[in-house]
Write a protein that binds this ligand. Structure first.
Ligand code: ZN
Length: 678
């Protein structure tokens, strides 16, 4: 493993943090924590932790020995000093001889001794860091270390690899008891500068940040070299075959089967495939080695104790897949239930079962689908599953993969301190996939913000590439260049959405154009083009979205940006109003044809919103057509108030969450009796 320490970068950290008022020892703690965190072969997503022991002057002028240790919710890759809360060290050390304290007492005690009460909760390994008498302590879940520990003769193998200066710690659940165990082992041999925690990870320590970091790289490299020396026998693979479907076609089926219908709990299903995943999932013995448990215990909260493996038949059709997936997901739920029932009997406290949906589904010969309550969780699950796949395959090439007992995995999965890491308050639309067309415009972008703020995963579609690129440079959400008038372009966009998110729940069909002309004189070309822009474009998107919703077999919502023109035409505005009137019918038709499947269809009749479509030039022309000033034109409504993009966004949102409303049109025009529905 490459040592990434750089003296010049270390100096940059020192001067950067000096300006922010932090001492050199904190700056270097931040530097090496980030170095470790950025190396995917050492830690992933919130795994691992580090600490530094120092002295802090409190506001009363008193100096305190403190332990600055990684706080919960922080990632090592982008840690900042605030992510290393300072806990008074002497009280922590005073518990060294305690036999046992409860988790609740441990967390309470750590919190009570924070210098800043607003700091994040210190790591569950705080006591372990405190008991090791070194200024710097580093902890990772290095792949190579897990590779050498997670095998039948792991303990002896480690003794052979690491020799005298390394202590080997048998598996103990993280928390106070592990801290005690580590302390006990260290006390027996104070020459050690590294501890290998069987089936869990590695600790290194030293008097400087560099020393502790160097030791981490040194010992992980030793493990890597030891693995390379072993005789390799490739994992036997199943015969490659083809099926009659693609990943984007089965993703909505999987997603639909996972939905908890009673609670409307939806999941995000993210697809990926690469050589590591292929090698792992197409292994002949995959059902055996994949069900043994995660490579390090805390992964379980993201990927569950075992994945689901689906083996489709050669040349099977989509409906074959539907059948087999249904059967397999049912049996996964049963398997999880029996794992829960067996293990809950072995623990004292009452446990409530988590949902029974898998977090990782491997479909042999197709790829991996990682699942989460939101996109971020699904991605994290995927990253962890991939790391697991790599390590497990590598162990299987040289031995048989082995890890801790299911009961130990259960203890971590149902540990309140682990669950606290992922149980955040659920937002109203969490787990929903929302697609907004015409997203770079005023209404489209306001709508994106509205749904995003309510927890949905929002995909932005637009035909204006430069505008879309500009938006994409500011946000992480998926932006897709799409011409909604072109069926192929729409299909490609929705296929990509299915690969990334697993399906679609809400379509906000918003894109359109505005053209004027006196109806008896207007060129047919203009009229036909407007029908393409303002009617067929909506039909293209709605038809594609409905196809996916039908596969998910669990509700869905179409929302159309219609226009008050659909019921109250404007003079010389026929080319725009006519397709909008047809769009109103389209909206109702979808409500009628798909209501029985739980798919709703509603629209918004907005009027006079200043936007790219209704630009200053257009406003001037429309004001002239009505013989009023532009200002009066914009406020020409019953409320005498200008209507804005955000008002339309609110209407879309309202219709999206009104679960018993379909075939409805909501007016957002500040009040216009002539345009009011009757
Ligand atoms: Zn750990």
């Amino acid at each position: 493993m490459k040592n990434d320490w750089s003296n010049s970068v270390a100096k940059q950290f020192i001067s950067k943090y000096k300006k922010l008022g932090f001492a050199e020892e904190i700056a270097l703690r931040v530097y090496t924590t980030q170095l470790l965190g950025k190396n995917n072969n050492l830690v992933l997503h919130g795994g691992g932790n580090t600490s530094v022991k120092t002295v802090i002057k409190d506001i009363d002028g008193e100096n305190h020995n403190v332990l600055c240790v990684k706080g919960s919710g922080w990632d090592m890759a982008d840690i900042e000093p605030e992510g290393l809360p300072a806990v008074k060290l002497d009280p922590l050390l005073s518990l060294k001889n305690k036999k046992y304290i409860t988790d609740e007492n441990m967390v309470n005690f750590q919190k009570r001794n924070l210098i800043n009460t607003k700091s994040p909760n210190p790591s569950v390994e705080t006591f372990l860091h405190a008991f090791l008498p070194f200024k710097y302590v580093d902890h990772t879940h290095a792949d190579a270390v897990l590779n050498v520990t997670n095998r039948p003769n792991g303990l002896n193998f480690c003794k052979k690899i690491f020799r005298d200066n390394v202590g080997i710690v048998p598996y103990v659940m993280p928390g106070f008891l592990l801290a005690k165990k580590v302390h006990e082992i260290y006390s027996k041999n104070q020459d050690v500068n590294c501890l290998i925690l069987m089936n869990h990870g590695i600790f290194t320590f030293g008097s400087t940040a560099k020393e502790s970091y160097d030791l981490m790289i040194k010992y992980v490299s030793q493990a890597e070299r030891a693995i390379k020396k072993l005789k390799i026998k490739k994992v036997k693979q199943i015969v490659n075959f083809s099926t009659k479907y693609n990943s984007h076609e089965i993703s909505p089926i999987i997603r639909g089967l996972l939905t908890e219908k009673k609670t409307d709990q939806k999941f995000i299903v993210n697809y990926r495939l690469n050589e590591h995943i292929k090698y792992f999932m197409n292994g002949k013995d995959v059902k055996t080695y994949s069900s043994k448990g995660t490579i390090t215990p805390d992964h379980v909260i993201r990927v569950k104790p075992f994945p689901l493996i689906i083996s489709p038949k050669k040349s099977s059709s989509l409906s074959d897949f539907q059948q087999i997936a249904e059967k397999e997901i049912k049996s996964f739920r049963k398997k999880y239930l029996s794992y829960f029932n067996q293990n809950k009997l072995k623990v004292k406290e009452e446990k409530t079962m988590l949902d029974t949906s898998p977090r990782i589904v491997f479909v042999q010969n197709i790829g991996m689908f990682s699942i989460g309550t939101n996109f971020k969780a699904a991605k994290i699950a995927g990253d962890l599953a991939e790391a697991n796949a790599k390590v497990i395959s590598s162990v299987e090439e040289t031995s048989k993969y082995q890890t801790i007992a299911k009961k130990d995995i259960f203890d971590i999965e149902y540990w309140s301190l682990e669950q606290a890491k992922i149980n955040k308050e659920k937002k109203l639309l969490e787990g929903n996939v929302v697609v907004v067309t015409g997203s770079s415009g005023t209404i489209g972008f306001e709508t994106y913000k509205m749904f995003k703020n309510n927890g949905a995963e929002v995909v932005l579609l637009d035909n204006n590439l430069s505008k879309l690129r500009q938006i994409q440079s500011n946000i992480d959400d998926l932006c897709i260049h799409c011409d909604v008038r072109n069926k192929k372009s729409v299909k490609n966009a929705f296929n990509l959405i299915c690969k990334e998110f697993g399906g679609v729940d809400i379509l906000i069909s918003n894109a359109g154009s505005a053209s004027e002309g006196t109806i008896g004189e207007v060129n047919d070309k203009v009229l036909r083009q407007s029908f393409e822009d303002n009617f067929f474009s909506h039909q293209n998107c709605a038809a594609e979205a409905v196809k996916i919703m039908m596969k998910q077999k669990h509700n869905g919502c179409l929302l159309f940006n219609i226009s008050k023109q659909s019921v109250n035409p404007g003079k010389n505005f026929g080319p725009y109003g006519l397709p909008k009137a047809a769009l109103l019918s389209l909206c109702k038709q979808y409500a009628l044809d798909y209501g029985a499947y739980g798919i709703r269809s509603n629209g918004v009749n907005a009027d006079r919103i200043k936007s790219g479509l209704m630009n200053n030039k257009m406003i001037k022309a429309r004001a002239q057509a009505r013989s009023v000033s532009t200002n009066d034109y914009m406020k020409g409504n019953l409320l005498l108030d200008e209507v804005k993009g955000e008002d339309v966004a609110k209407a879309f949102f309202h219709l999206a969450i009104s679960k018993k409303t379909t075939g409805a049109v909501l007016t957002v025009d500040g009040g216009n009796i002539a345009a009011s529905l009757r």
